[in-house]
Write a protein that binds this ligand. Structure first.
Ligand SMILES: Nc1nc2c(ncn2[C@@H]2O[C@H](COP(=O)(O)OP(=O)(O)OP(=O)(O)O)[C@@H](O)[C@H]2O)c(=O)[nH]1
Ligand SMILES: [Mg+2]
Length: 298
């Protein structure tokens, strides 16, 4: 049996979480068109069994997008992504065509040069790329001489993902099974529930408001026919609270409804979801609040 840990890193919005979900065939990481969607390391487990003892288990770690931080939460997110480099057996560095001014982020590439771990460059969103453009990007990255191999994929369409998995497997060595084969993630369901609520907030709201939001699950009770969930949305300003709730409570109702429908799909039960909005001023710059809201590494 082969096994190992694989880190997925890159700039915000390049499609890291979309790739994780495509590999797993299940949505465990939220994805939006807004940068800095992912705030924690999200672990996803892919197990392929050949009989009882052979096969491969890959534990993927999706990380927050690496960016120049504007607050303590951002600094923490970027640190978490970079520290993943030291903890894994294979590094997937994702890019898309947005960084068209040259091959990648020189800062990240420099860090990658200094690590011995096998590195695969992934050019994502090939569904949006003209073949000549893809070729030019490929050649630029190849010329850096940093990557063991380069793959073009479309995480959204699942294109070339099986070939990528084969390549990753070839880089892993014999090892134990870290998790039972039915497990897709080791995050508790209530964490994914809070993330799904945050995803809807990111989708429904604009500008700084959704980025200053954190979601906490206050109560979670599984009853025979229904799961009752109480959640709190924390925002940074009183004016943001008004925006989140919206005229006659319409915005919050929309967020609640679309979150509830998806949570029902995840849990396979009916869900009663109650959401409150509270203000926690400037929490993204408070070490205590960042840790209290679950964004500090255990
Ligand atoms: N067309 C296209 N869009 C993609 C593809 N992969 C991801 N996207 C879109 O790119 C956006 C960002 O995707 P995410 O998976 O949230 O990106 P991320 O790298 O995890 O972003 P952060 O968590 O903010 O660092 C979403 O709107 C995705 O639907 C792809 O292969 N093709
Ligand atoms: Mg993400």
């Amino acid at each position: 049996m082969k096994s190992g840990f694989i880190g997925i890193i890159g700039r915000p919005n390049v499609g890291k979480s979309t790739l994780l979900n495509a590999i797993l065939g299940e949505k465990i990481a939220i994805t939006t068109d807004k940068p800095q969607t992912t705030r924690n390391s999200i672990r996803g487990i892919y197990t392929r069994l050949d009989g009882a003892t052979e096969g491969c288990q890959m534990v993927f770690i999706d990380t927050p997008g690496i960016h120049k931080p504007k607050n303590k939460l951002g600094a923490y997110m970027t640190d978490m992504a970079l520290s993943t480099l030291k903890e894994v057996d294979v590094i997937l560095f994702l890019v898309d065509s947005d960084l068209s001014q040259g091959p990648g982020d020189p800062y990240i590439v420099e860090l990658l040069k200094q690590t011995e771990t096998p590195k695969i460059l992934i050019i994502n969103k090939i569904d949006l790329l003209e073949p000549e453009y893809f070729r030019a990007m490929y050649e630029e990255y190849e010329a850096l001489g940093v990557f063991d191999s380069i793959y073009g994929v479309s995480a959204l369409e699942g294109k070339n993902v099986p070939a990528l998995l084969e390549k990753i497997e070839s880089l892993l060595v014999e090892g134990p099974m870290f998790f039972p084969d039915y497990m897709v993630t080791d995050h508790p369901e209530r964490f994914i529930v809070s993330e799904l609520i945050r995803e809807k907030i990111l989708l429904y709201l604009e500008d700084e408001v959704p980025h200053g939001v954190a979601v906490e699950i206050e109560s979670y009770s599984e009853e025979p026919k229904i799961t009752k969930i109480g959640a709190v949305i924390y925002c940074e300003k009183k004016s943001h609270k008004g925006i989140i709730i919206g005229k006659e409570g319409k915005k919050l109702k929309g967020i609640g409804k679309s979150a509830r429908l998806e949570i029902e799909g995840l849990l396979g039960t009916k869900v009663f979801l109650e959401i409150w909005v509270k203000v926690r001023e400037n929490w993204r710059n408070s070490d205590f609040a960042i840790s209290d809201l679950g964004y500090k590494k255990e």
